[in-house]
Design a protein around this ligand. Structure first.
Ligand SMILES: N[C@H]1[C@H](O)[C@@H](Sc2ccccc2)[C@@H]2OC[C@H]1O2
Length: 330
């Protein structure tokens, strides 16, 4: 984290957030999913059933002297993958790297869907725009919205290399986390997402247009999810690829397949090329015969979702000045 230098205090050495998700809520360490696709900071709390709490770090407001109840406030979120959570709200001091935000809204889960119980996370930290925060009656701000004035620059960046330790850099860009010079696309925050125009893509040497399409940059989504025309065009280049209802999406033979690169247009000018090798997600069945693609269908609409497979190839820069999204190869 790089803090805004002020003359009143000695220079504060900035600290890069090495650990991807570990944060402190009033000194209680939690592993949160940093999610640029949502705007709620919620945690497993002691009001969850014992069965849900097993294997998780639990935030206990009663042992935090700085916790305050946000009386009468509730939250309830439904995610794109069908999971959800809900509960009550308080405020506390939330520290990431060297930056603490006091009176940060901390949403306490008293109900969570099953996928959260099995996932190794203790909650989520939303990094999209605060306009889609679900707290009622008074909507709350994200940690980044509250922190950005005290950062050297009002930005954060996601460094999520494949099969290696990642990092979120708050307030500065770490030149060790990318190569070349970042390019930028204007962000339309109307829907509360880091959303950019995404009106064409390239696969197998052909450029295909996607009129009126956009893409959201979502670190909380694992794969790349695109409209069906793009997904079909991609797997048309992969011999033996099929869209399997039983296996839940597009699969292809693990052996002998070399996946093509996928270039997606972000903003008016630039393409981001995801190497084919990053688009083999995992074996789709126990035998390891079929492999599950890292590109899958987003279902309907014209909003594509560029998730972690994108960030496995690109350093993602979320800049509130603009706002704009920047990217550079890892
Ligand atoms: N922005 C994303 C969010 O972070 C996840 S919530 C989640 C669910 C189970 C396990 C971990 C996280 C969900 O999938 C896509 C979209 O909604």
């Amino acid at each position: 984290l790089k803090k805004r230098q002020d003359t009143s205090t000695p220079a504060v050495p900035y600290q890069q957030v090495e650990y991807l998700v570990n944060i402190a809520v009033a000194g209680q360490k939690l592993n949160l999913d940093f999610d640029t696709g949502s705007a709620d900071l919620w945690v497993f709390s002691d009001s969850l059933p014992a069965s849900s709490k097993k294997g998780h770090n639990i935030y206990t407001p009663s042992s935090s002297p700085s916790y305050k109840v946000l009386s009468g406030h509730k939250w309830s979120i439904a995610y794109a993958d069908g999971s959800g959570a809900s509960g009550t709200v308080g405020t506390d001091t939330v520290t990431i790297g060297g930056t603490s935000v006091t009176n940060q809204a901390v949403e306490l889960a008293d109900r969570i869907s099953s996928s959260f119980v099995t996932d190794g996370l203790d909650g989520l930290l939303g990094l999209s725009f605060s306009s889609i925060n679900t707290v009622k009656p008074t909507q709350q701000k994200t940690w980044f919205d509250n922190a950005k004035a005290s950062l050297s620059s009002p930005l954060f960046a996601a460094y999520l290399p494949f099969n290696a330790n990642g990092a979120y850099d708050f307030g500065y860009l770490d030149s060790a986390h990318y190569s070349g010079t970042p390019v930028y696309a204007p962000v339309d925050d109307t829907n509360g997402f880091w959303e950019v125009a995404s009106t064409s893509y390239k696969v197998g040497g052909t450029t295909h247009s996607l009129p009126g399409n956009t893409g959201i940059l979502d670190t909380g989504t694992t794969l790349a999810l695109m409209v069906d025309s793009a997904v079909s065009a991609y797997y048309a280049q992969v011999s033996g690829a099929v869209n399997s209802r039983s296996l839940g999406g597009w699969v292809f033979p693990c052996k002998g397949t070399t996946l093509p690169d996928l270039s997606v247009r972000l903003g008016p000018t630039n393409y981001a090329t995801i190497p084919g090798k990053l688009l083999n997600f995992q074996p789709a069945d126990a035998s390891g015969t079929q492999c599950y693609g890292g590109l899958q269908s987003v279902g309907g609409g014209t909003m594509n979702v560029y998730g972690d497979v994108f960030f496995n190839a690109f350093y993602g820069i979320f800049d509130a000045n603009g706002p704009r999204f920047g990217f550079a190869p890892l």
